[in-house]
Design a protein around this ligand. Structure first.
Ligand SMILES: CC(C)(COP(=O)(O)OP(=O)(O)OC[C@H]1O[C@@H](n2cnc3c(N)ncnc32)[C@H](O)[C@@H]1OP(=O)(O)O)[C@@H](O)C(=O)NCCC(=O)NCCS
Length: 183
């Protein structure tokens, strides 16, 4: 299936809240107790939290659409030239000066394995190359999410360190991945 990515703005808040909450609960909802999950949903994925993120000019959100049926299939959040987590890199790797942080890349389960994610990632990397000065892209991925890190590896992302991601009071071990954009 072919996909298109579209820039999201304030008028897309309802769609963003819906797709963010659905994809997070589908993917990770079973991993946390009710309190931690509730904390995360309230602080990170509530209408108020996502509204503030959308309004912040440093963030870039894309919705991901199935080109054939026009169905909304997922969303992506990037922050160009944002170095959060890069301090957790192990020594000996390429050290970016201007890395774009790929913070969220989420597809609904029913559209996984269809090629949509592949197209959407390629379009996102093309957008970063054309619209930023970034020399790399980095992300973190839950260490028990092989589907996601296998997917990232296919694009050339490499495991360069480890970090921790908090969901409520629950600490998840995450892999830090980096894709070098310059030769
Ligand atoms: C991560 C995501 C975008 C990838 O898109 P996708 O359509 O599922 O990806 P694909 O099917 O093209 O590729 C997945 C790869 O993982 C492999 N895979 C699937 N399940 C696996 C498992 N349990 N163990 C190891 N590899 C696995 C597939 O065989 C495929 O590998 P290949 O490239 O060698 O064929 C999508 O699964 C998703 O949105 N997941 C939920 C949200 C999420 O986890 N986001 C990442 C947060 S960091």
């Amino acid at each position: 299936m072919a996909s298109v990515i579209k820039h999201m703005d304030a008028s897309d808040l309802d769609a963003l809240v819906n797709i963010s909450q659905r994809t997070f609960l589908e993917t990770f909802g079973m991993n946390y107790n009710a309190k931690d999950l509730n904390d995360y949903m309230e602080t990170r994925l509530s209408r108020q939290a996502l509204g503030a993120e959308l309004a912040d000019a440093q963030n870039v959100f894309f919705s991901v659409w199935d080109e054939k049926t026009d169905a909304l299939t997922g969303y992506i959040k990037i922050i160009p030239q944002y170095c959060k987590f890069l301090d957790d890199m192990d020594e000996g790797h390429f050290e970016p000066k201007n890395s774009t942080y790929l913070e969220r890349f989420y597809l609904l389960k029913s559209f996984q394995g269809t090629g949509i994610a592949q197209n959407a990632m390629q379009a996102t990397l093309d957008w970063i190359k054309q619209n930023t000065e970034s020399d790399a892209v980095h992300l973190t991925v839950f260490c028990e999410n092989p589907r996601a890190y296998t997917f990232y590896q296919r694009f050339g992302f490499e495991h360069v360190g480890n970090t921790v991601y908090m969901v409520g009071d629950h600490a998840d071990k995450e892999f830090l991945y980096l894709l070098k954009l310059v030769c």
